[in-house]
Design a protein around this ligand. Structure first.
Ligand SMILES: Nc1nc2c(ncn2[C@@H]2O[C@H](COP(=O)(O)OP(=O)(O)OP(=O)(O)O)[C@@H](O)[C@H]2O)c(=O)[nH]1
Length: 362
């Protein structure tokens, strides 16, 4: 029995750069999504995603201190409990659904397990479904290299194959077949630039892990053991090395994240040169790159740049700065590229002075 006042939670997952924020942005603009609160979990010292989601602040909550499936699990519970309390007290608008966007490296199984078992959450919320984005360009390669990507697909109710404008038809057909083999029960939709019918992603029905493949059931069992084990790593950077649950849901060893803040304008051509260099030489290990850049030639119109492995999407010029902070902020999720190397290349190719690079988060 579903209690009438249980708030449905839709979990939006998908590998790094696979298009989650783009889908979320589209969804939040649809009338069906009025009264929906989005919780965004970011991996990295400097949070950018919430600046890129075009929505009023009272519809967004940000979990930015680590990855939702490990160190910020308690933050998710707290945020949900707090939201439900404020909703009951009438101090926030009466939202009727929560959308949780996980980090690209999150293993969704512990997240779902938390939603299904945490006493502060159970009874107030119910999982409506899991939506996973899969990048039509990088998807196949990502599935080979990253177990999280396979898990995200395996537990999903809805698969959204994104960036279909960039993929050839035969490659798309092969990816579809691969996805159907991993998860035969999920519906699949092809999506361009995040445009998806809300009816295709919401109201997936009560989440029921027993309806999934045997593998998923096994992961749930492992996750529940992990969740019930003493949680001795309050915070870690999700590189798997210190994760007490390593064998169950650790992230790929060697994956790390860092951010740089650059407190001087960057010349447009020099930045483009640096991007070319990094994409060509380090693309394979640059799992995700996101930046908001203060370009010297257009100080009032910052440029947002996204990179996903070798693929750099065309830069987007914003109408204005999303906040008072006008410094360039660069977020890297990499496999084995030291921060020092990136700093050196920025000095050499992007003509950034070393003194202008700040390492710590603002
Ligand atoms: N051409 C094209 N680009 C897309 C499409 N969907 C997303 N992108 C681009 O892909 C890049 C990554 O998209 P995001 O929505 O930020 O991906 P994400 O999964 O939220 O990324 P993380 O939060 O870092 O994991 C951005 O530059 C998007 O503009 C699409 O359908 N077609």
């Amino acid at each position: 029995m579903i209690a009438v006042d249980q708030i449905p939670v839709t979990v939006l997952t998908g590998f790094l750069g696979s298009g989650k924020t783009t889908v979320l942005n589209h969804l939040l603009r649809q009338p069906e999504l009025n009264g929906v609160v989005a919780i965004i979990n970011e991996f990295g010292e400097v949070a950018l995603d919430h600046l890129l989601v075009e929505s009023s602040e009272d519809r967004l909550a940000l979990l930015d201190n680590g990855c939702i499936c490990c160190s910020v699990r308690d933050d998710l519970i707290e945020t949900l409990a707090d939201l439900a309390g404020r909703r009951a007290a009438g101090t926030v608008p009466p939202f009727h659904r929560v959308l949780v966007e996980t980090t690209g490296l999150a293993d969704p199984v512990p997240v779902l397990h938390t939603l299904m078992t945490a006493p502060e959450v159970v009874g107030r919320y119910r999982i409506d479904g899991v939506v996973a984005t899969v990048d039509a360009v990088n998807g196949a390669r990502t599935l080979e290299a990253h177990v999280e990507a396979v898990r995200q697909i395996a537990v999903a109710d809805r698969l959204l194959v994104t960036k279909t404008d960039l993929a050839a038809e035969d490659a798309l057909a092969r990816l579809d077949a691969r996805l159907a083999a991993i998860n035969p029960v999920a519906t699949r939709a092809h999506v361009r630039n995040g445009v998806v019918d809300p009816a295709k992603v919401l109201d997936a029905g009560l989440f029921d892990p027993s309806a999934r493949s045997a593998d998923v059931v096994r992961w749930f069992d492992l996750a529940s053991q992990a969740v019930n084990a003493p949680h001795h790593h309050a915070e870690h950077d999700c590189d798997g090395a210190e994760c007490g649950h390593h064998s169950h849901h650790a992230h790929d060893a060697g994956v790390s994240s860092y951010s740089l803040i650059i407190d001087e304008p960057i010349q447009r051509d020099a930045f483009a040169r640096w991007l070319d260099y990094v994409a060509a030489l380090k693309g394979e290990d640059l799992l995700r790159f996101k930046a908001i850049v203060h370009v010297a030639e257009q100080p009032d119109a910052p440029v947002v740049v996204h990179g996903v492995q070798h693929v750099f999407h065309p830069p987007i010029t914003l109408q204005g700065w999303p906040s008072a902070d006008r410094r360039s902020r660069l977020v890297f999720i990499v496999r084995g590229i030291p921060r020092r190397i990136i700093e050196n290349t920025l000095c050499k190719f992007a003509a950034v002075s070393r003194a202008a690079i700040q390492r710590s988060a603002a």
